[in-house]
Design a protein around this ligand. Sequence first.
Ligand code: SF4
Length: 440
Amino acid sequence: MTSRTDLIEDLMGRFPHVPREAVIKEDLLRGGLAFDDSALTDNESGDVKPKSYFIFSFDHRTLPELGEAALRRPPEEIVLTGGPYELRRTVVSVRTNPDSPYRVRPDDEGRLMLFLDGRAIAEVGLPPMPDYYRHTLANGKSVMEVAPTIQWGYLIYLTAFRVCQYFGAKEECQYCDINHNWRQHKAAGRPYTGVKPVDEVLEALAIIDKYDTARTSQAYTLTGGSITSKVDGLAEADFYGRYAQAIEERFPGRWIGKVVAQALPRADVQRFHDYGIRIYHPNYEVWDKRLFELYCPGKERYVGREEWHRRILDSAEVFGPRNVIPNFVAGVEMAAPHGFASVDEAIDSTAEGLQYFMSRGITPRFTTWCPEPTTPLGRANPQGAPLEYHIRLLEVYRSIMEANGLSSPPGYGPAGAGRAVFSVSSFMDSLPAEPAAAHS
Ligand code: SF4
């Protein structure tokens, strides 16, 4: 049986244009990593920034199955450098999997290392606890709960609505554990606010603004579950838009405002823009028609794939095509039993979607699928998608982007191996480095 080391080295050899950093990062994102107890954090009272569970669980086990890591959280992210593959600085979001062949633990000299199949392959850096996490709101809530930051502090992640109104097997997206994650945090007695009051968000942002003196935080994302009826008496555009309006009134232009929401009708999209949002993510999730219908039954029923795509194109007229960045969940194309059986077919389908949008000046981006165990697709595919799919996707993504004269999308920090901070896929690590000004 080939080891995981053999697998990554084979892919590094066959795809020399994909940075080696990205091969390891994709493998960690799709399959997770284990932590020695000594490498866990002391939650919000230690020196290492803990995993905030900012929207989904992004773990390969439920909280009760994580052992010590359920009590002392793992770090939000790790940064890898050096080792036998001479890795440049690579930021990776933490997805916990106690059974992973990747393990973070100290070596014999006490240095924290990433081990693969028992061999040290990189030095591990941990995110320092940011000053703003050491302060609480007047009501005692933590900044990490109300306004966590990810991507090494670049992005403030505001999940304003912690559940989704697409509910149950007939509506929830088949790879999404947002509703389960809410339930498991509640069951564990953790603070986990269902609807974040606007005042709390503003208070948390004021703390970040005050203590982030290096101005590492440069963008915020407003997001949460889909709203098919109303929350707080508001439909989706006004519910999420009111946060942007309040933030832009209080901190005009301090951060780049982004929203991840459904593909809404043009008038709603215009309202997002009017509220001060600058980047819109109407995620199309998976390109293939049959798979979209099967995997996103709620979206198919309420909106429908063709209308969803039409709305994405319409929104480019409001935001400008560069600022419309729909996400897809890379890897679900290959999930059994309905997904493509071969990497070739999956890449061909995904490439068709990329060309559809990129030829119109819209740059999609992707997160690497984490097969969470409480989702239908995660249960049926605990190993996720083949690593080769993820590596070839990086290659095809870059080539279609370049063929259409596009470059890395705005609002993601710097591109390039050794520079990227985007932590939930390595698309930014595998694009060419560009001047920082291109990303402001
Ligand atoms: S729309 Fe789908 S992916 Fe988005 S939160 Fe709801 S169930 Fe999850």
